[in-house]
Design a protein around this ligand. Sequence first.
Ligand code: ATP
Ligand code: MG
Length: 646
Amino acid sequence: RSATALALLEALDPEQRDVAEHLRGPMVVLAGAGTGKTRAMTHRIAYGIATGEFGVHDVLALTFTAKAAGEMRARLRTLGVPGVQARTFHSAALRQLRYFWPQIGEGPFPELLGHKAGVVTRAMVESGFEPDRETVRDVAAEIEYSAVSLLGIEGYLESAHTRDLPEGIDADGMGRIMRAYSEAKTRRHLLDFEDVLLVLAGTLRTREDIAAQVHQQYRHFVVDEFQDVSPLQYDLLLQWLGKRDSICVVGDPAQTIYSFAGASDSFLLRLATRFPGTRTVSLVRNYRSTEQIVQSANNLLSRTGPNPLVLRSTGRDGAEPTYTEYPDDTAEAEAVATRIAAEITAGRKPADVAVLFRTNGQSRAIEEALSARGVSYVLRGGERFFARREVKEAVALLRAQASRREVGPLHETVGEILLNVGWSPEAPAGTGAVRERWESLGALVDLAESMQAASTMPVPLEAFLDELADRTEHQFAPQINGVTLASVHAAKGLEWESVHVIGLSEGLLPISYAKTAAEVAEERRLFYVAITRARTSLSLSWSLARQAGRQSQRRPSRFIAEVRNPPRTRSGGRGQDHATGRGALPGGPARGGAAGELTRVRRAHADNDRVRRPRPRCRTCGTVLVDAVEIALGRCSACPADIDRD
Ligand code: ATP
Ligand code: MG
C-alpha cells in the first residue's frame, strides 16, 4: 500500500477504517448524525483509487442535493482524487439520458420541466377544476409521489383512499388531472423531474445494449443519505448495478425526513437482504458537535426507546444550548438577529452561522431583522442556482462580451458587466426577490474575485466562462457569502459552528398537519436533523403569537421538553451512559495527537462493549433482534410494518 493510501486510513477511526478498506462487495454503513459517514465514504473512494482497486472513472458517487454533491466533489478534490463523478441521482440520470437519447427517443431531447405548476394548472382547468396556488402545489406533490413511488396513475388511484387528497378533489378528479398532465407533457415534448429517472430506468431494463454500455462505464457505486432513497431512485440504482454488487450505502434512519415524498429507510434493510454477504458497519462517535449538543440529540433520539445508533461525543466541551421564548415572531426575529450580529462582531464568520426553520415562509421576519443590522445572508442553499433567471441573464451577457480583451482584474470586469443586469456593489434596500437577485449576481462577482486572487496575471473572461460552464454542468453553485437561512430539509448533511433553530412551537414543529404518530415521528426526526447541524453553539427559540399585540395563540413545541430532558428509565433513574454518551469514554476529552486519539477511540469501543445493555427488540412488534442490520434499525426485517412495495 502506498503512503497516500496509508495516510487516508490514518485520518479515520477504526470503524471508519473498516468502511474504507472494504472495497469488494456490498456494504451498509448505519450511523447517527455527525459520526463521519460522509467522511468515511469519501475516504473509501479515495482509498479505493489509491490502492488501484477503483479507477477514477468507474466510480459513481450519488447523493440527493446539488449542494451535497458539490461538497462531496470538493472533499474528493482535497483528498487528491479530482475527476470522480459525484452527482445527484437526477444529474447522473440526466447526463446518461441525454447521451443515449439519439438511440432511444424521437426528435430532439425534450425540454425539461423545472416546475410543474404551470402544466398542472392547465391540467386542472381542462379537468374542470378551479386551480388556486395551494391546490396546484398539493396536486403537483401527489403527481410527484405517484412517480417516485413507482405507482403510476393506475396504482396511485388504487391506493388513493390512503392519501390525503388535495382540497376539493376526489380520486376520480385526481385521475382526470393526472391523465391531462401526462398528455400535456407528451404533446409538448416535456420531461419532468421524475420522468428523467423513470425513462432511464425503463431504458436500462429493456435495452440490453445500452445497459451494457452503462455497466461498462460505472463499476462501483456509493450512495450518501441512503435513508432518503425513494423507490424510483432505488430501482434506478439496481439497474445501474445490473448483476454486480459493488455498492456501499451510508445512512441514518433517525434522519429520514422525506417519507412524505415516498422515501423509506426500509431500503437500508432491504439492501442487506437483497445482496447476500453485505457487510454492515456502524459508526458511533460524533465528531461534529460539543458534548452538550450531542447530549441534546441523544435525549431526542432516546424518545423512541433504546436506540443503538445513539451518539457518543468526543468530549469537546461547549456551552449548553439556549432555550428562549418570545411574545411574537417579530420579537423572536429581532432577538435572534441581534445575537447573530453580536457573534459576528465577536469574530465569527457569517458563513459559519445558520438559521434553520420548518417552513420557508418563516424566513421573512429574520431576513428583515438581519438586513436592518447590516448582516448579509443567503436565503437559498444555492439550489438550482444556474436555473435562476438573473443568473441566466448574467451568463448570456458575459458570453456576449467574451471576446472583450483584459485590462483589469477579472472581478472588476465581471462586476462592471453585471451592473447592466442590476448588480450593485452595495446591498439593495428590501428583501425577498430583489435581495435574492442581488445575492446571485454577487456570488458570480465573488467567484470571479476568488479566481483572480489565485492568479498573479489578469484572468481572462473566457476562463471565467469555462468555469461557469463546468459548474453549470455539475449544478455546482458558487459559494454565497453570509449567514445561511435554510429550511431543515435543505440543511441535511451540512454543518455550521453556530445554529439557531427558530419557530419551535406546536403547529410549526411539529407542523399542524402532522397528525398521526408516524407523521409526528417524522417531525421529530426533522428536529433531530436541525440540532445536529451545530458544531459549537445551538440556540432554540419559539414565540407565542404570530403578530405583536396579539394574545398568545401558541404553545412551545413538545420537542422542547424532550430535547431538554433525558427520558426516565424503567428503574426510575435518568438516562444512563448509553443514552447520554457520558462515561463511555475513559480518560475524558481527547487531548490532542491523532495517534493518541485513535487509541482512545479503540479503548472507548472496547469499554462500550462491556457495558451491559438490554437485549434490543423490534420497535414495532417486540421480537428480540439478532441480525446486525435489524439491531441498527431497531426493527425486524419480518415485521409486517416493513413489508412494502416488493
Ligand atoms: P450527517 O449525518 O449529518 O450527514 P456524517 O455522519 O456524514 O453527518 P460527516 O459530515 O462526515 O458526518 O462528519 C462530521 C464532522 O466530523 C465533519 O466535520 C468531519 O470532518 C468530522 N469527522 C468525521 N470523522 C472524523 C475523524 N475520524 N476525525 C476527525 N474529524 C472527523
Ligand atoms: Mg453526511
